[in-house]
Design a protein around this ligand. Structure first.
Ligand SMILES: [Zn+2]
Length: 476
């Protein structure tokens, strides 16, 4: 019997359900700026979340001690909170929201923190920073790498036992060019966090990326402003990720639709009656919740309450089918959801989150998309974004723009932006790129919940073409 199971069986408490979720996290970071090592940092924590369900209410206690007396104290406190919550309970839950599940997951990463040698990493990042030093106008050059190991083990009185071990890494490169003409920044990697270890570091590819972004930042300084007009808009996967995140992921979170997050993260324009009927986008739009993509940032076997993760369509042929919500939110709304009740650590309660939310590839080649455009802009890499509390009206800025004229990529333009309203925008989706244009990415900074939880998510997308979009220039 594992120590956690022993600990659970030692708790002499009457309740309908008790679970213990132990989470161990270790992170190392290294960063270089302008060929100077900024630092190597390491952090580690380990603790326990205790969940108690009694009389249809669920409450939590958390501790960083694994002493049986302390765990008992926290469990009793959680039980007391659940009993007190009964007076204000929105819903009477049953064991259906805590299914029995047994299984293990191990991410595909090969080389974890034990292989992290600061001197070697420092040398690589220093080389990358130096490679960006191509002109005196490239005034800021940064390169950083981080590696996180997480082990989560959940056991419960219903017999559940889920062990998940995941290593994630991310690399971030940035080059800022500045002159009397302003400043321009190009980045690489911020959207490519994945379940991978040190084996992902391909020095040749990173060197090429460093040189490319430095050259592009410099070229953008000299480029004309993006025109302000209504045009066809071609978006690269590294902009599509955040477009999907903000205008599909967040509005489909069932706790937002319920209003739970209204005070802080916001509400949603999506109504419960929209599921099964709303034409969210054009017929070419297919969006999945997909925890099965090997190595994608938020692939897993089960979420943090033990609901088994399966691939599901959120939007099929443009019609909204399913939300991103836990078994609890699904019961409250009587709507289908997914396995995405997730917590950032042992001291946070799991809430409705995104995990991997992907736009499925279509059938158009990049050449077909380009040649269909008379006048348009191709935009790459998120620079800025803004979206209202209902996740409806939005505005995005990209790092890199290029005009498309009569089917060909032509002039480089700086400060490209576009704006739209979620459903009308997705209904303007005119062509969806094929598998050759499809890329898998991951973000590390999705914030939500009180107290705040910043979690990693995955997004994947092909290149996509939207028709008649309001595009504008300027650093707005
Ligand atoms: Zn987010």
């Amino acid at each position: 019997m594992s120590n956690l199971k022993k600990l659970l069986s030692s708790l002499n408490i009457e309740a309908d359900y008790i679970s213990l979720r132990s989470v161990y996290n270790k992170t190392v970071n290294i960063s270089v700026r302008n060929e100077i090592l900024e630092g190597v940092t390491s952090s580690e924590d380990h603790g326990l979340m205790i969940e108690v369900m009694i009389d249809g209410q669920i409450a939590y206690g958390a501790t960083n001690s694994f002493e049986p007396s302390e765990v008992l104290r926290c469990a009793l406190k959680a039980k007391q909170s659940a009993l007190m919550a009964k007076r204000f309970g929105l819903y009477q839950f049953s064991e259906h929201v805590r299914p029995k599940v047994v299984g293990e997951y191990q991410g595909p990463a090969a080389r974890g923190i034990e292989h992290f040698i600061p001197s070697e990493l420092s040398e690589l990042l220093m080389t990358l920073s130096t490679a960006m030093k191509i002109h005196e106008h490239v005034i800021s050059r940064s390169a950083s790498f981080s590696l996180t190991e997480t082990e989560s083990h959940m056991v419960a009185t219903n017999g559940s036992d889920v062990l998940q071990k995941i290593i994630r890494s991310s690399i971030s490169l940035g080059a800022t060019a500045a002159s009397e003409k302003g400043s321009q920044r190009r980045t690489f990697g911020d959207d490519q966090s994945s379940q991978s270890g040190l084996e992902r570091l391909d020095s040749h590819q990173l060197l090429q990326a460093s040189e490319r972004i430095a050259n592009e930042a410099l070229a953008l300084l000299e480029a004309p402003e993006c025109p302000s007009e209504t045009l066809d808009l071609l978006l690269a996967p590294d902009q599509m990720y955040l477009q999907i995140h903000e205008s599909i992921g967040h509005p489909l979170e069932l706790d937002r639709i319920l209003g739970d997050e209204r005070n802080y993260a916001g509400w949603s324009f999506v109504k419960p009656s929209d599921f099964g009927t709303l034409q969210y986008g054009s017929k070419l739009m297919n969006v999945t919740f997909d925890p099965t993509v090997v190595g994608q940032n938020a692939s897993y076997f089960a979420d943090d309450i033990g609901a088994i993760a399966t691939r599901e369509y959120l939007i099929r042929d443009g019609i909204l089918e399913r939300g991103l919500g836990s078994l609890e939110s699904q019961k409250r709304l009587n709507l289908p959801g997914v396995s995405s009740q997730r917590a950032t650590s042992w001291n946070r309660a799991p809430i409705d989150r995104m995990a991997n939310v992907n736009l499925e590839p279509g059938t158009s080649s990049l050449e077909e998309m380009l040649s269909s455009i008379e006048r348009g802009v191709f935009m790459q890499t998120t620079r800025s974004w803004s979206i209202d509390d209902y996740r409806n009206k939005f505005q995005f800025g990209c790092e890199h723009g290029q005009l498309i004229e009569n089917g060909k990529l032509t002039t480089l333009v700086k400060n490209p932006n576009y704006r739209g309203i979620t459903a009308p925008f997705w209904n303007q989706l005119k062509m969806v790129g094929d598998k050759n244009t499809f890329q898998v990415g991951g973000l590390t900074n999705c914030g939500k919940g009180e107290p705040n939880q910043v979690i990693h998510v995955g997004h994947a997308s092909p290149v996509c073409l939207f028709s008649k979009i309001e595009v504008f220039g300027g650093g707005k």
